[in-house]
Write a protein that binds this ligand. Structure first.
Ligand code: HEC
Length: 152
């Protein structure tokens, strides 16, 4: 009995070590990528409608736009710990410049939020309204990627 417990404890200790040995920032990096994937999924629906690749549907457009706007309201503070930039960790394309320019990152996030809010207002109001708002959202994503994401 005692032996079993000891082995179980050793197993647990090894498992815990293995998780932390990868990088203490793995969880935060996975979280920010997941957040970005949600941006991409919802923008993909709106962009598909704007291009005519997906048939316009007011409810589906509104739902995607509300998701985008809601995502911009979530705090991302814990997703971007110091020392989790590309080069310092595996599996990130975030440039170190992001951590040196918080005021600008905040401004770009604000532009993203404003563009998503405008899309939320427009998306259900017809294809022309959606098309009028899509450039602002795509532009806000692109401006931040250009400054703070490593090209592939
Ligand atoms: C304020 C800056 C900023 C804004 C705004 C932003 N992104 Fe990103 N995005 C990043 C950074 C930095 C990365 C790289 C993250 C990493 O690899 O650690 C990234 C990565 C991504 C990725 C790759 C995720 C992965 O799994 O590797 C996608 C997709 C993406 N962004 C989509 C979007 C879309 C769509 C928008 C707009 C609706 C957007 N992003 C807005 C900064 C931003």
């Amino acid at each position: 009995m005692i032996k079993k417990i000891t082995f179980a404890a050793v197993g647990l200790a090894l498992a815990t070590t293995a998780v932390f040995a990868e990088s203490p920032h793995d969880g935060a990096i996975a979280a920010r990528k997941a957040h970005m994937q949600l941006y991409g999924h919802n923008l993909g629906i709106l962009g598909g409608m704007a291009k005519g690749a997906i048939e316009y549907d007011a409810d589906a457009a509104s739902a995607a736009a509300t998701n985008l706007a809601t995502l911009t309201k979530m705090s991302q503070g814990s997703y971007w710990p110091q020392g989790s930039e590309a080069g310092a960790v595996e599996g990130s394309r975030a440039l170190g410049a992001l951590w040196q320019n918080f005021p600008d990152v905040g401004a770009k996030s604000g532009e993203m939020a404003a563009a998503a809010a405008a899309m939320e207002t427009a998306a259900g109001g017809g294809l022309d309204a959606l098309r009028g708002a899509i450039g602002g959202v795509g532009g806000a994503c692109g401006a931040c990627h250009k400054a703070y994401r490593q090209p592939k």
